[in-house]
Design a protein around this ligand. Structure first.
Ligand SMILES: [Zn+2]
Length: 74
């Protein structure tokens, strides 16, 4: 299944629903959440919100977090 990254429109990477850069950011978000979840007992949704509000979050990660939040609203 090949398609376009919903965020930037680039071709998606082999096993992802995002392009290479956004997929990488997504994997990192998921990895990081494991630590946050244990330390802070927060939900995935709350975590994404914090990522969005964090000034230190990189551009790629921020865009992925925004996309995931919007998906969960539907
Ligand atoms: Zn992308």
């Amino acid at each position: 299944m090949s398609g376009k990254c919903p965020i930037c429109g680039e071709r998606t990477s082999r096993n992802g629903s995002y392009c290479e850069n956004h997929q990488l950011a997504y994997e990192n978000l998921k990895k990081q959440y494991q630590y946050w979840k244990d330390a802070l007992q927060i939900s995935w949704q709350e975590y994404l919100q914090k990522i969005m509000e964090n000034k230190n979050t990189g551009q790629w990660a921020k865009e992925v977090a925004k996309d995931l939040i919007e998906k969960q609203k539907n």
